[in-house]
Design a protein around this ligand. Sequence first.
Ligand code: KG4
Ligand code: ZN
Length: 345
Amino acid sequence: MEKQNLILAFESSCDETSVAVIRNGHEILSNVIATQINSHKRFGGVVPEVASRHHIEQITICIESALQEADVTYEDLDAVAVTYGPGLVGALLVGVNAAKTVAYAHHLPLIPVNHMAGHIYAARFVKPFEFPMMALLVSGGHTELVYMQADGQFEIIGETRDDAAGEAYDKIGRVLGVPYPAGKVIDEMAHQGQDTFNFPRAMIDEDNYDFSFSGLKSAFINTVHHADQIGETLDHNNLAASFQASVVDVLTSKTLRVLKQYPVKQLVLAGGVAANHGLRERLQEVLPQEFPEMELIMAPLKLCGDNGAMIGAAGYVQYQHQQFGDAALNADPSLEFDWMPGMLK
Ligand code: KG4
Ligand code: ZN
């Protein structure tokens, strides 16, 4: 029988407490996610102190449930993986300390994982990666095009110069009275409306791979405020559709541009905004037309947002390279997105 490498994986970088049990890096035995979104909604965003408190309340319950659902005990585990950055320091510390405690108590190696690497490896549950690979990583805090020659080798080829795509969704959502996080609802509204406002597509024709969403956000907010001032009522679904059309146009055209310069075998779509139906549909439509040989791997909808399973999948790569942390591991809120440790440059 194939050896079962079982990793207990922790994620607590923002507003989701999650613990998962992953087998051999690509099989989910359990993936327990306790979301705190309802507590943050009334504040219009994540309140760090509230987040830390919720993580503390939830973490041991999540560990118990993850082990129980996976039908394993601590004795069956081979390693413990944990997000140690980037994210909210107080939130990260809860996961890091829980992981260190389990690792110490049960004599297990500890694997420190970068949250962004985790998002990309959410796509590993769909199928094995083939390199070279490009990832379009779109989340609440990041919008990046990441080139990978091999597992764990991340090169940022393009990124946002201001707001992340998810952040822009959340900010324009607030103007329309949509509670935080607004992405999913704006996506649904966009499907009911038409692109009638023709908002700017920033940097779309520029010969680089960077993004900018703050101009779009301002154009959107100005349009809504101006209408308010003159007592005009705008169709919210059309506003959402117009905003989404701009975001999807820019993300898709920059991705196609980078793929011309960097021929790859696979394109991975990952991060919270990868759940966007408009973006998924557009990539599924244009990629086979432009690059018939290239494979599109989209992170499963359930694994686009923050979760422990993706941390276990990324952690498994480090596990194979025996790259472990120790009891001195600390949370690093502004952790850079670099190559995984142990990958020689
Ligand atoms: O990756 P994630 O869970 O957290 C970070 O690491 O940042 O991403 C959360 C972001 C939020 O901004 C949320 O509004 C956005 O993902 N999001 C979406 C959709 N679902 C979630 N944005 C657009 N369309 C969606 N369907
Ligand atoms: Zn995330």
